[in-house]
Design a protein around this ligand. Structure first.
Ligand code: GLP
Length: 242
């Protein structure tokens, strides 16, 4: 695991993009594992800027997202499908049919989750972007999730719903109670993982992920066992590392 501390959010996004860009330039048909949340938005802006400058094309690339809320229509602005369209897909030349986000409205969520797992197994990400929850979750794999989990439906922890209430008029009751998420084993199948973290609210989770025991109590700690992980934080999120 390589850990890089940037001075602020913009530098964090830039350093993460530099690492990602190597994959984008070396493999024109790369599979991109993508994440939602406020953390990767700066990285997505840099991807868009380079696309607009004619430096990178996504026309032969495929993407696969980590997770989606259960029960939110794709027209809801906080569905992760809407988030990805708004913050990235609508601004680059990736074909929408090549972008994959779990379907949180599927009447048979378990079967859809199994199909998602099968897709990931056949198309492991060349690069997987991750954020981290303040409790150490990655995607929506909450503390206690088995390390050998595949795509599954989860009940969100109250703390996670509180953290995400800022996207739902600060009203926790509007935050969905369930989500579909890639499992930890699916995430670990990526060839290269870039995890971004910024802000003091992530400092403890970052410390546990890097310095704590490899334990299901901190899902992100599984990344200590992956051979090719880059963690990029800002100074606030790196607070407990030194
Ligand atoms: C959400 C997402 C995660 C994300 C995390 C942090 O719950 N499911 O994929 O990494 O929370 O979000 P943010 O980047 O907004 O802090």
């Amino acid at each position: 695991m390589i850990v890089v501390t940037a001075k602020d959010y913009d530098e964090m996004s830039m350093k993460a993009y530099e690492a990602m860009k190597k994959v984008l330039t070396e493999k024109s048909d790369a599979t991109l594992g993508l994440a939602t949340g406020s953390t990767p938005v700066g990285l997505y802006k840099l991807m868009i800027a380079d696309y607009e400058a004619g430096k990178i094309s996504y026309k032969d690339m495929t993407s696969i997202n980590l997770d989606e809320y259960v029960g939110l229509p794709v027209t809801h602005p906080e569905s992760y499908r809407a988030f990805m369209n708004r913050n990235l897909f609508d601004h680059i030349d990736i074909k929408k049919e090549n972008t994959h986000v779990p379907d949180g409205l599927n009447p048979d969520l378990a079967a859809a989750a199994d199909a998602y797992t099968a897709y990931i197994a056949a198309h492991p990400a060349d690069v997987q972007i991750l954020g981290i929850g303040s409790n150490g979750h990655i995607a929506f794999n909450e503390p206690g999730t088995p390390f050998d989990s595949h795509t599954h439906v989860v009940t969100l922890k109250e703390g996670t719903r509180k953290d995400n209430a800022r996207f739902f008029d600060n009203d926790i009751d509007k935050v969905p109670t369930h989500a579909v998420t890639m499992g930890l084993k699916d995430i670990m199948s990526a060839k290269f993982i870039i995890l971004l973290a910024n802000g003091s609210g992530k400092a403890n989770a970052v410390k546990e992920m890097i310095k704590g025991p490899v334990s299901e109590n901190c899902p992100a700690s599984i990344l200590q066992t992956h051979p090719n992980v880059l963690v990029v934080t800002d100074e606030a999120a790196a607070y407990y590392l030194n």
